[in-house]
Design a protein around this ligand. Structure first.
Ligand SMILES: Nc1ncnc2c1ncn2[C@@H]1O[C@H](COP(=O)(O)OP(=O)(O)OP(=O)(O)O)[C@@H](O)[C@H]1O
Ligand SMILES: [Mg+2]
Length: 502
């Protein structure tokens, strides 16, 4: 097979820290090469070098056998390299169409033939089954659609090598199928894809070859047909993970959270609640199963005080809630691992330490005079121990949260929310973007919290996670609870059916 890309002995240093060290790998025409590695292993950094966002400290890059310098993202585009980033880079205030043609050399003149552009994009979108609405604003379309826009944009700009950095993390199962179909079509035409994912099952399905990174270095490259998930996990984390099986509990204590006939934007099937009655007891994990966009976001917002119900009642620790306000919920012992860590969970240009104490900064533990004088030492000590306990891979606790790898950002939120000793934990996609070792760790922490008597509401699009973790499973569909399932062997078929409204 013809080789498209080869990188030789690439290293990338930030200060004294090597995010990539002596990395060599190659990608052939018409293949999917997967990069597999723990959170912080250096996958995104390496891709950012290929796309011209970073310059390597050492090493060479060859395209079709010729050495290239990739000084800038526009240079990468010229060379036929396109990337869908882990955190999307679309301009929200613009339409889909404007985003796609952004940076197009053909459109830099005074006269832009918008109609011709539009036709060209429509043709591409039909050819690859990339269904998008060109005139919609980015904010109006789903995450899956935003991703199709990113792919379409890369193809429109002539990408021969497409880099997909955790494209499936936020997609529903159906959207993942769609994405894989598109990927198959692209490699079928001889294009090349570098794919990054933590989901072993997907990796085994879509890859031709897999390169494993550990702590910035290449461990090995294997052909997909000659390995299995267990072996890959071992190579990736350098040790075997034992199987996990959590015991299921039945709890009868009075609930920490109770919703009674709660209604919110009922007419909207995808973003409303249509008479939800449910409860979470201390010491149990209640899992909400459902296809994304059936009211889960609103449910999470409601039980964390972000929105108020239009009808119905909410009670925390058996007293009716009258004020819906996030800080009131926090002081009632409600913790929240939010859906979008960048928007709601973290402040990117603040340090890890400051993010970790963000919610407690007024307390006597970390400041005098309600936040007036910070106890720097106490904050530093606290941050240091949490970073250790939660295995946040960083250079120091003073590092900006923004420069952490995606999975390590998620660990910072989890550390803060679990260590605030909540009575109710609302965890939304808590392991999204985490590697398998970190996922196990978070699950163990959630089980520990349950054993301490914390009531946990787990909302997740990951069906396996719901099955593994939940003492009781409630299925949500179009804002309604379709059924409740419990026990150590929940009926998978029935739950799946309920998720489609049957
Ligand atoms: N600009 C930067 N300054 C300092 N350190 C950085 C910077 N960018 C990345 N790093 C560090 O480099 C390491 C590799 O990060 P990278 O984002 O490449 O990991 P990753 O393999 O993509 O992880 P994940 O699976 O969590 O997305 C991390 O420890 C990260 O903190
Ligand atoms: Mg990454």
């Amino acid at each position: 097979m013809e080789e498209l890309l080869r990188i030789e002995h690439i290293s990338k240093r930030f200060g004294n820290f090597y995010a990539n060290r002596d990395v060599s790998l190659s990608v052939n025409c018409g293949e999917v090469l997967t990069l597999l590695g723990e959170n912080g292993a250096g996958k995104s950094t390496l891709m950012n070098i290929l796309i011209g966002l970073y310059q390597p400290t050492e090493g060479k890059i060859f395209l079709r056998g010729r050495e290239v310098r990739i000084d800038s993202p526009s240079q990468a585009v010229k060379l036929g390299i396109g990337m869908v980033h882990q955190h999307f880079m679309l301009v929200e205030a613009m339409t889909v169409f404007e985003n796609i043609i952004l940076g197009d050399r053909k459109s830099q003149g005074v006269f832009i033939d918008r109609e011709a552009r539009r036709r060209e994009i429509r043709e591409l979108s039909e050819r690859y089954g990339l269904d998008v609405e060109l005139e919609k604003q980015i904010t109006e379309i789903s995450v899956g659609a935003q991703q199709r826009v990113e792919i379409l944009k890369a193809l429109y700009h002539g990408a021969e090598l497409l880099i997909l950095d955790e494209p499936s993390a936020a997609l529903t199962d159906i959207e993942v199928e769609g994405l894989f179909a598109i990927m198959k079509k692209l490699v079928g035409e001889g294009k090349s894809i570098i794919f990054i994912s933590h989901k072993m099952r997907e990796v085994m399905r879509i890859s031709d070859r897999i390169t494993i990174l550990r702590a910035g270095e290449v461990v090995t490259t294997v052909r997909c047909g000659e390995t299995d998930g267990q072996k890959l996990a071992g190579l990736m984390i350098g040790r075997e993970l034992s199987g996990s099986q959590y015991e299921k509990k039945q709890v009868s204590a009075p609930p920490v959270l109770r919703l009674e006939e709660v209604r919110y934007h009922e007419q909207s099937k995808h973003s409303g609640l249509a008479g939800v009655t449910m409860e979470v007891r201390p010491g149990e994990i209640v899992g909400i199963a459902g296809v994304d966009g059936n009211g889960q976001t609103q449910l999470a917002q409601l039980v964390t005080g972000v929105i108020a119900p239009e009808k119905g009642a909410v009670a925390l620790k058996q007293s009716a809630v009258s004020v819906f306000d996030p800080s009131a919920f926090i002081s009632q012992g409600v913790s929240h691992v939010p859906e979008d860590r960048n928007l709601q969970g973290l402040v990117g240009d603040m340090s890890i330490s400051d993010n970790l104490v963000m919610k407690d900064v007024d307390s006597g533990r970390f400041s005098l005079g309600h936040g007036l004088f910070l106890k720097k030492k106490a904050i530093g000590g606290h941050a240091g121990s949490l970073v250790k306990k939660y295995d946040v891979r960083c250079t120091s606790t003073g590092q900006d949260v923004r420069s952490l790898s995606g999975g390590n950002q998620q660990k910072v939120i989890l550390a803060r929310e679990l260590e605030s000793r909540p009575e109710l934990l609302v965890a939304v996609h808590p392991t999204r973007g985490l590697d398998i070792g970190a996922t196990r760790f978070v699950h163990d922490q959630m089980i520990d919290a349950r054993e301490r008597g914390v009531g946990i509401l787990l909302i997740s699009a990951d069906f396996d996670e719901i099955l593994e973790m939940s003492d009781r499973i409630l299925v949500i569909f179009e804002g309604q609870i379709m059924g409740e399932f419990s026990g150590s062997n929940p009926p998978v078929e029935d739950i799946s059916l309920a998720m489609t409204g049957k």
